[in-house]
Ligand binder design. Structure first.
Ligand SMILES: C[S@@+](CC[C@H](N)C(=O)[O-])C[C@H]1O[C@@H](n2cnc3c(N)ncnc32)[C@H](O)[C@@H]1O
Length: 287
């Protein structure tokens, strides 16, 4: 989605927008976000919504939420849809978050695949946010025993939010963001840039493709994947959406491949094609 290219007409704006949200506006905006991104915004997130909408209102010089929503829903506001979704998504992430996934990925997936002489590996980070997850995957892979035996290793990293994708592909992180990276990996895979910035080296970046993808829509991706990470995004969807996405993900994982979910996410009951292999780690059954 592109950023807003059309500004509201002159006279529309006001210096201090009225961001109080009526019940009607709350229902209108939450229905729109649900339809566009599948994200459920409950009543207790109202303040968060007001704060984030007010930034968009200020940026586009709108005086109130209804006028902003009229614009978003008009043909001229098409470019703002992406910005609205960007504004309401939560992008919290960190390097090596939920470390047991990376240990499992290395010991139970990468090293056995290398030992078996499998040349081609495909991994998908399906809600990659600002890049910490895919870079952690790539660093784990490039540190694993036998990595050099993979002649064709590719990592697809996707997210709905174009702002986080831009940050991810820049590969630049402040010192406080890289604290959870083990020292040996930080030294090997990052170079220092200016004051307190760390930049991911090209050897890591070169195996990752960043793309925009809405998990709610059709996925222009080719499986099968050896491994899919879909972590800390399903929590934003309602149960039927979540079930549908998990089902489509499972069908893209190869037999004996692995699906990693986020710490508070479950499969909503057993899935016939999956076997649990520890906390939020699921292995696809052999054919
Ligand atoms: C909390 S972050 C999780 C990041 C990372 N997977 C992790 O566990 O650290 C959730 C991400 O999901 C993305 N997201 C939300 N709705 C989405 C959708 N419909 N399709 C794809 N990504 C979505 C957000 O933009 C955000 O970057």
């Amino acid at each position: 989605m592109s950023s807003a290219s059309v500004m509201p007409s002159a006279g529309e704006g006001a210096s201090k927008p009225d961001t109080k949200l009526t019940q009607e506006e709350f229902e209108r905006v939450t229905a729109l976000v649900m339809a566009l991104a599948g994200i459920v915004i409950k009543e207790h997130k109202r303040e968060m919504l007001v704060a984030r909408l007010s930034r968009r209102l200020r940026a586009l010089n709108f005086s109130n939420v209804s006028a902003y929503l009229d614009f978003v829903e008009s043909p001229k506001g098409e470019g703002e849809i992406g910005e609205l979704i960007n504004a309401v998504t939560t992008n919290l992430t960190s390097f090596f978050r939920e470390g047991h996934h990376f240990e499992h990925f290395q010991k139970e997936m990468l090293e056995p695949m290398a030992a078996a002489g499998q040349p081609r590996v495909r991994v998908w980070s399906s809600a990659c946010s600002t890049g910490e997850e895919p870079y952690s995957i790539a660093m784990t892979a490039q540190s694993a025993n036998g990595y050099n035996r993979f002649s064709d290793f590719k990592l697809l990293a996707t997210d709905l939010d174009t702002n986080v994708l831009a940050k991810a592909s820049s590969g630049v992180y402040a010192t406080d963001r890289v604290k959870t990276i083990p020292t040996d990996k930080l030294g090997r895979f990052f170079r220092k840039h200016g004051d307190g910035e760390h930049v991911v080296k090209d050897e890591v970046k070169s195996i990752i493709s960043f793309r925009q993808l809405n998990l709610l829509h059709q996925w222009p991706v080719k499986g099968p994947f050896d491994v899919i990470f879909c972590r800390n995004v399903l929590i934003y969807f309602d149960a039927p959406t979540k079930r549908d996405i998990v089902d489509r993900l499972v069908r893209l994982v190869r037999p004996e491949g692995t699906l990693y979910l986020g710490h508070s996410e479950s499969l909503l009951g057993d899935h016939p094609l999956l076997v649990s292999e520890g906390k939020t780690i699921y292995r696809r059954r052999p054919e």
